[in-house]
Design a protein around this ligand. Sequence first.
Ligand code: NDP
Ligand code: GDR
Length: 372
Amino acid sequence: MKKALITGVTGQDGSYLAEFLLEKGYEVHGIKRRASSFNTDRVDHIYQSPHAEQQRFKLHYGDLTDTSNLTRILHEVQPDEVYNLGAQSHVAVSFESPEYTADVDGMGTLRLLEAIRFLGLEKKTRFYQASTSELFGLVQEIPQKETTPFYPRSPYACAKMYAYWITINYRESYGMYACNGILFNHESPRRGETFVTRKITRGMANIAQGLEPCLYLGNMDALRDWGHAKDYVRMQWMMLQQDSAEDFVIATGKQISVREFVQMSAHYAGMEVGFSGAGLGEIATVTAVTDEAKAPAVKAGDVIVRVDPRYFRPAEVETLLGDPAKAKDRLGWQPEITVQEMCEEMIASDLGIARRHALLKQHGHTVSVALE
Ligand code: NDP
Ligand code: GDR
């Protein structure tokens, strides 16, 4: 039985990857951070009791800032594959906590690679690094592919740039099977609530159900190449099953704006919206309610989106569009879920949550619906 170790197992990708590897018959080990309350929501459905006879999913307390902890876990597990998905992954937050982001996202990668080498696992353990389209930042070429020059635009992207190169350096210096997946944005109902797609689907659902009057967003013009996390974790595994380690861009090859994602989300939540004004004064107004069962709390004329400069970033990545041709040609990988299907799935999930919250609220319970 192959063994995999996933850092960031409690995150969006970690949870989908753990499911995927368990289905493939792996023994899956995950590193979770100690928190003052449970933080395992995304993996609770695959949790296996340590008292069960054949436990194939095991969680270890750990942190990417803690070298001795990482070394001990690697020594104990002796994994065939390590997926380094753990990170302070929010670009805007990286401007608030640049040093911590560098420590976790940059140095954390080095700590893992060096622990693998120190333990003499460099010929056994294959290593996947969660690299990012944010490396392209101020884009130098459209669309972006494996050979496009980088121009990082945030502390997050700068930290990930170090991680990208140190992964290649360990491959070239020590013959490790270590590779980078340069993944463009990927989302799902499990996406963190403060990333823009989830913020929008959650916002539309809450507004439709009368839990919030209005959603506040930043740069509505930003263009992203959005795929589904389920498609992308499959590719993370495929990258570790090749004869030799290589780096791949993973993307859909299509992009839409934040504004278009708002329009699509509103549509699946039973509302049509129109945009007016510009810059800080831009608003989205409901032009029609198409499904009253989904959006009982909204009427035509309601303003449901406004721009708030607090969500602008000190340096912005305006446009990202990936070219996944290498992944398709070499590995036969193609995304199966479109952005429309993904958005519909996210809205369905968030409407379910919003309905439960609305019901609780009706019965006098306090519910947290903050849209941040
Ligand atoms: P999430 O933010 O959902 O998950 C991040 C995970 O990292 C969580 O499990 C989190 O733990 C964990 N983590 C955070 N800090 C530490 C730390 N100090 N030590 C150990 N673990 C830590 O991210 P995604 O699942 O969306 O992304 C996975 C990886 O892929 C990240 O590295 C991200 O930067 C990268 N990436 C993501 C893309 C995307 O569009 N989703 C695109 C390209 C790259 P906790 O649950 O306790 O917070
Ligand atoms: P990103 O994702 O920065 O691309 O990083 P995010 O969803 O945060 O932002 C995408 C774009 O939307 C604009 N935007 C807003 N963003 C947020 N979060 N909140 C808002 O209110 C808002 N309004 C507009 C942003 O300015 C940006 O242009 C994600 C993360 O998963 C990274 O870890 C990963 O590496 C990259 O994707 C690829």
